[in-house]
Design a binder for this molecule. Sequence first.
Ligand SMILES: [Fe+2]
Length: 204
Amino acid sequence: MSTVDPTLFERTRSAALLSLLENDGFVFIPDSIPLSLLRELKDECLDARNSALRAEGQGELQYRSSLAPLGMKGRELLENAASSEILEPLFGRKFSCSWNASCYTYYEAGDFLAAHLDGVENCEVTLLFYLDATTPGNDPGESGLHLTLYRQDEGGVVVPRKTIATTAGGIMLGFGSRVLHGRRRLAEGEHIFMLTACFTSAPA
Ligand SMILES: [Fe+2]
């Protein structure tokens, strides 16, 4: 049973948000994680960092980051409130977490994620909870502190089309299996620690 206050996450509920999401494929809602929950998740995320494993891909999908399994707080969020308080009010249907695609993710200097699509079978909706992050400066074109959205031009070449600054305390909602996205290399002294999760519609 969910113990989450029903007024939590109310910033994630609006028709405008849904139309932005449908338009861009990804939408960021700053300061939308309730503060007490943010503290708990951040503590759990920082603890798990000690056991995080480096993840590096040099094949078709190029990436570099560190990953750690979720603890009790993260799992509880994804099991209950993420669907009932965020996704269900927005989309009008229930969702289930794809546990094999959900974890704590750590980006530090030199880490990046090349343009990609999330798996269509387990990532109908992508939810990213930004728990601790360096605040982006004025250079959205190059900074890894932004999520970059891409498109394919007429020749099939993948080109950037939009960057979205991602700050601690915010939630990103995305159609990650439909819209190409990635993160440029983080510079020295920069970091982003987040809870990354994938959801699919629950069977009716
Ligand atoms: Fe992704």
